[in-house]
Design a protein around this ligand. Structure first.
Ligand code: PEP
Ligand code: MG
Length: 325
């Protein structure tokens, strides 16, 4: 495992013309935090907390959650740990909390929808996160946001969780950054309204592509259509980026697109603050960034956005940056 870690992995992700971008790791289990550090990650951009709920018979307690979050936060400190609240159901069903009779679970009672319907389960997790936040640099992120009401309601429950800790004299940190996953097309369209509610956006391309192009992300029959370099997706990314920059909030990406060196010129063209990926992808993405110029990527992106078809987009990417693998 150590041998796999390339020698350049601890170098900064800086372009030839001096622009830096933070490279973060995605984790599912607390133990993985060590590999993010070893591969040269600057923090955790996505902690998928649902996995801690999965291989067991019932919901974990607040103390169990707190212990695990604290471990991750301490190892990464002072670098950020972005804890995503429960994203269960859809493709990650819990045996003890499944919602029966859903024809389309991906469009069903999942993630933030489930949490807002089950505020006690949600608040248990929020309390654990607020308590762990004392030990380092924690951000909180809500998944599957599709309207402003969900963000407002989730923030209200976060406030209530803080108030209950305060009342019980339990130590916690209140002023932590709050953000959302942008992974549902409606969130892209109302990004300007959502930006007023949060400190950051993190683009989840896995679901954003699934929902925008109507392609089940797990269905191999249509996987040939599943492609981030689709004019609709490129335009959406541009729209989110313009709004985040105009509104002065941070812009991150934590979907699979961010971990593929091939797409790095596009992401540089979008001027993203952080990219988060599987730890093993970090060295190759850093190398790609270190071989590119931000200025050239901007010119390339201007051209890319005018193109009509997927095929021509891919051809331009290949022609301009075919050497990046
Ligand atoms: C995404 O949808 O892009 C994402 C990062 O979340 P997940 O893969 O956990 O749905
Ligand atoms: Mg998702």
């Amino acid at each position: 495992y150590k041998a796999e870690i390339s020698r350049g992995s601890q170098l900064p992700a800086q372009t030839l013309d001096g622009f830096s971008i933070q490279i973060m790791g995605n984790i599912e289990l607390p133990e993985e935090v060590v590999s993010v550090r070893d591969y040269g990650g600057n923090g955790i951009g996505l902690y998928r907390t649902e996995f801690q709920y999965m291989s067991r018979a019932g919901f974990p307690t607040e103390d169990e959650l707190f212990d695990k979050y604290k471990d991750v936060v301490e190892v990464m400190s002072p670098n950020p740990v972005t804890i995503r609240t429960l994203d269960i159901n859809g493709d990650k069903a819990l045996p003890y909390a499944s919602v029966s009779e859903e024809m389309n679970p991906a469009l069903g009672m999942r993630a933030i929808r489930y949490c807002l319907k089950n505020p006690d389960i949600f608040k248990t997790q929020l309390r654990a996160i607020l308590r762990a936040a004392i030990y380092g640099n924690v951000r909180i992120m809500f998944p599957m946001i599709s309207n402003c009401e969900e963000v407002i309601e989730a923030k209200k429950l976060l406030k209530e969780a803080a108030a209950s800790l305060h009342e019980q004299d339990i130590a916690f940190k209140e002023d932590i950054d709050v953000g959302i996953m942008v992974e549902v097309p409606s969130a892209v369209i109302i990004a300007d309204l959502l930006a007023d509610e949060v400190d950051f956006f993190s683009i989840g391309t896995n679901d954003l592509i699934q929902y925008s192009l109507a392609i089940d992300r797990g269905n191999r029959h249509v996987s040939y259509l599943y492609n981030p370099v689709h004019p609709a997706i490129i335009r959406m990314l541009k729209h989110i980026s313009d709004i985040a920059h105009n509104k002065g909030i941070k812009l991150f990406m934590c979907g699979e697109m961010a971990g593929n060196p091939h797409y790095i010129p596009i992401l540089l063209g979008l001027n993203m603050d952080e990219l988060s990926m599987n730890p093993q992808s970090i060295p190759a993405v850093k190398n790609a960034i270190r071989s590119l110029s931000m200025k050239d990527a901007g010119v390339f992106f201007e051209k890319l956005i005018t193109i009509k078809t997927e095929q021509e987009m891919k051809a331009l990417l290949e022609e301009s940056y075919g050497n990046i693998t």
